[in-house]
Design a protein around this ligand. Structure first.
Ligand code: XUL
Ligand code: MN
Length: 343
């Protein structure tokens, strides 16, 4: 039995299209996804604003809330909670140059409108968390934006959200690049700086995604630890990534098992299960068939739980003794043996 509660987004079951080719699988309805998520043992669902209300740009504020209530009823039917809502500030023509840091004032206003509506939707779904994956808050042309102005714009956008709702929490999911060349807020360290500069730092935290840390050349477990040290790890997106390439969203643990183990180890040592959900931001390979649309989720859960069991068996007395004697070769081999199933 895992101590953790797991979440997933509708985008984690997708049709297989990528930048170079069309769909390879049939689309699946939101309700069918909910049914399967519940069957697989997920406790909650993560959403983009337009996963909940697809045509939201064309609707009034009241109509958006009414649509969100329908999705809430569907969640209730399957015993699922909503974990967070994230404004999708990268698909719309208004966000071609980003949202909060766009060079167009009208587009910055649109981004705030979507952020406020995301809060409204979160409230209707019964959750208090907004995730900001700042997809295009950076540059393609380095000279197109001032990094000082842009950083202040991000802080101000978050302040506006905190003012709009007294109890909502906001967390940034940092990523160093892709789709933009240079991000303004690429690591957990950046997020902590932005958080500290807001009007209510306690309500502004981080969502660490394993693959994004790897893309930044950093260790995901240390990034998780850095946020935990400030009590700012509001959620996680666990997955895996083969080095500094395009964002791969591989199943958790399939590239680097030791790195995956250490993410779980730091989460367990800090009783993260009392603080937040474990989100699995994983995607199926393009070659996956329709009938295997959920295999990557099952695999990620299975690997997580197997590593959690190993973390629970970690012999801290033995490890402490080795650390005191600086016998790090032995400590490393003990850890490897545990992961390999030899102890
Ligand atoms: C992008 C990414 C997104 C966010 C949600 O790399 O991870 O799926 O997690 O907006
Ligand atoms: Mn993510």
């Amino acid at each position: 039995m895992s101590k953790f509660k797991f979440t997933v987004g509708p985008w984690n079951v997708h049709t297989g299209a990528d930048s170079y080719g069309p769909e390879t699988r049939q689309p699946i309805s939101l309700e069918a996804k909910f049914a399967k998520f519940a069957e697989l043992g997920f406790s909650a669902v993560q959403f983009h604003d337009d996963d909940v209300v697809p045509n939201m740009n064309d609707l009034s504020e009241e109509e958006i809330k009414a649509e969100a209530r329908k999705v809430k009823a569907m969640l209730d039917k399957y015993g699922l909670a909503a974990e967070f809502v994230a404004p999708r500030l990268w698909m719309d023509s208004h966000t071609a140059d980003g949202g909060f840091t766009s060079t167009s004032a009208a587009d910055r206003e649109f981004a705030m409108w979507r952020a406020y509506r995301s809060i409204d939707i979160a409230r209707e779904l019964g959750c208090d968390l907004i995730v900001l994956w700042l997809a295009r808050e950076g540059t393609l042309c380095a000279e197109s934006k001032s990094p000082v102005t842009a950083t202040k714009q991000i802080v101000e956008a978050i302040n506006n959200m905190l003012r709009y709702d007294d109890t909502i929490r906001v967390c940034i999911e940092p990523k160093p690049n892709e789709p933009i060349d240079r991000s303004f807020c690429g690591t957990i360290g950046h997020v902590m700086g932005v958080s500290a500069a807001t009007i209510d730092p306690k309500r502004v935290g981080a969502n660490l995604e394993s693959a994004h840390a790897v893309l930044a050349g950093l260790d995901p477990a240390n990034e998780i630890g850095f946020a935990l040290a400030f009590d700012k790890l509001f959620t996680v997106h666990l997955n895996d990534q083969n080095g500094i390439r395009y964002d791969q969203d591989k199943s958790f643990g399939v590239e680097n098992l030791r790195q995956a183990f250490n993410q779980i180890k730091v989460l367990c040592e800090n009783r993260y299960w009392e603080k937040g959900y474990v989100g699995l931001d994983v995607k199926a390979m393009r070659t996956t068939s329709d009938e295997d649309s959920y295999e990557h989720l099952k695999n990620s859960l299975e690997i997580f739980k197997a590593l959690e069991e190993k973390a629970a068996r970690y012999n801290y007395d033995y490890a402490d003794k080795l650390i005191a004697e600086r016998k790090f070769e032995q400590l490393e081999m003990y850890t490897m043996n545990l992961i390999m199933g030899l102890v």
